[in-house]
Design a protein around this ligand. Structure first.
Ligand code: SF4
Ligand code: SF4
Length: 451
């Protein structure tokens, strides 16, 4: 007997139609009035156990619902399957994911930065140790996925270049694929640098803009106090023609809809609206270095509210909505056995927020990995499947229990742990669906004009 998924979300759409979303598959379907009525009839038959009595249309609908995981057979436990997939992702060794900080130095002095005033730059010896670290694992991996971050990674472009040329040779010798992207503040991302990054197989950048010029420059100035907004926008015009560019906008209680409106207007003047993705991120006091900003940070419920408002503004201003409720088998690198953060000295960590804090290092890249090291096990062991609230949660496949460091190290309240999807899935689904419809209409208009 088929059963409904516990991860279904149905919401009313336009003219009597309904939007159906399943968090385990990520499938979204639009049911018109007639299909929704057929769905009602089918549901009734399922509840009453009259499955021998289905019409041809109901049979077809049932197949589609099974395909999108909206319905499953009754002896199947979705929770057990999710747990199985979670364990598989935890122990997968075919992908080696490294977040590498070639330097901890930065040219900016952001008011909320979790890294404090750290320094340090990777030596050629450590870069070579990193190549050896990869070489040791090269027979088992199919993919090496490197995220460059820092500090500001572009202050160490020479190290990135040296590492990349060796890693590309290694990937062709050993037959694994190499991909990379960079988290940069964007100030040094000139046209020359973009061209070099593309040569170095870096196919995307994430750059932070914290509002219109006056606000961004106040929050993200250079070390000497000068503003950075105009240079970054100039850089993004070229970068967005050559690589994927995603903009992160940090949101705290000082952010406002007016500020977002002004930022979008600036991006439109620079013709960037169809060439970049925008993501809003909740500013959090994640380490002692930024404990002073805790009062200005939102909790998840309030953040979810403003997040939906700000995405709605993106939609009305003609920007593409890139954020999607996509299922994840694990929340982050802290729970993946083959993912590490590497600092310029070759120390390994389980969490982005701890890079450079030697008390949180789980060892060196030049040594064998100690999987019993407390700095490995502490975050790795966190298991969302023993948390009753997560087991019962209808968005568990999207969230997977959230950030292990928040749970284990910071022991923050449930309200700060839960993903914003928990509080704004419905309005966000509507915004995303409208965005896709808008896109389809634009494609149809463009195709007509071509004819
Ligand atoms: S443990 Fe939390 S802060 Fe650390 S990398 Fe994972 S999600 Fe980020
Ligand atoms: S942390 Fe919260 S939102 Fe995430 S799965 Fe658990 S209960 Fe759900």
């Amino acid at each position: 007997m088929p059963m409904f998924s516990r991860y279904n979300h149905f919401l009313p759409w336009q003219n009597g139609s309904w939007l159906a979303y399943n968090a385990r598959s990520g499938a979204v379907a639009l049911m018109d009035k007639k299909q929704y009525a057929a769905f009602g009839d089918l549901s009734q038959k399922m509840i009453e156990g009259k499955m021998d009595n289905l019409t041809q249309a109901e049979r077809e609908l049932l197949l589609q619902l099974q395909y999108g995981f909206f319905v499953h057979v009754d002896d199947f436990s979705e929770l057990d399957w999710l747990n199985f997939e979670h364990l598989r992702a935890r122990y997968a060794e075919t992908v080696l994911a490294l977040a590498v900080a070639p330097t901890l130095a930065c040219n900016m002095a952001c008011t909320y930065c979790f890294e404090g005033d750290k320094r340090g730059r990777m030596s050629t010896t450590v870069a070579q140790d990193l190549i050896e670290f990869i070489k040791k694992r090269s027979q088992r991996i199919r993919l090496l996925d490197v995220t460059w971050y820092g500090g500001e990674p572009l202050l160490a472009l020479d190290i990135i270049k040296e590492f990349t040329s060796k890693v590309i040779d290694l990937s062709s010798q050993c037959g694994f694929q190499y991909v990379s992207m960079m988290i940069t503040n964007g100030y040094l991302l000139s046209a020359d640098v973009v061209d070099r990054l593309v040569e170095l197989k870096c196919t995307g950048v994430q750059v932070t803009l914290d509002g219109p010029p006056q606000m961004h420059d106040k929050r993200r100035p250079l070390k000497n106090g000068l503003g950075t907004f105009r240079t970054i926008i100039q850089n993004l015009k070229y970068a967005s023609a050559k690589m994927a560019v995603s903009i992160r906008v940090n949101i705290d209680k000082s952010s406002s809809i007016e500020m977002i409106r002004q930022l979008l207007a600036e991006l439109k003047v620079a013709n960037l609206e169809s060439r970049i993705g925008i993501n809003y991120a909740m500013v959090e006091a994640s380490t002692a270095a930024c404990a002073g900003i805790a009062d200005s940070c939102y909790g998840s419920i309030d953040f979810a509210k403003v997040e939906a408002e700000y995405y709605s503004l993106l939609l009305s201003e003609g920007f593409f909505i890139g954020k999607l409720p996509v299922p994840n088998n694990s929340y982050c690198i802290a729970q993946q056995i083959n993912s590490f953060v590497v600092d310029p000295d070759g120390d390994l960590y389980r969490c982005f927020a701890y890079v450079g804090d030697k008390s949180k290092s789980m060892g060196k890249i030049s040594d064998d990995i100690n999987y019993q090291h407390p700095e490995f096990t502490r975050l790795f062991r966190f298991d969302p499947f023993v948390d009753e609230a997560c087991r019962a949660c209808s968005i568990l496949p999207l969230c997977m229990g959230s950030c292990p460091a928040k749970r284990v190290d910071r022991q923050v309240s449930r309200e700060l742990i839960c993903s914003s999807w928990k509080y704004n899935l419905e309005p966000m689904l509507k915004i995303i669906a409208l965005s896709r419809l808008q896109q389809m209409q634009q494609v149809a208009v463009a195709a007509k004009e071509e004819v």
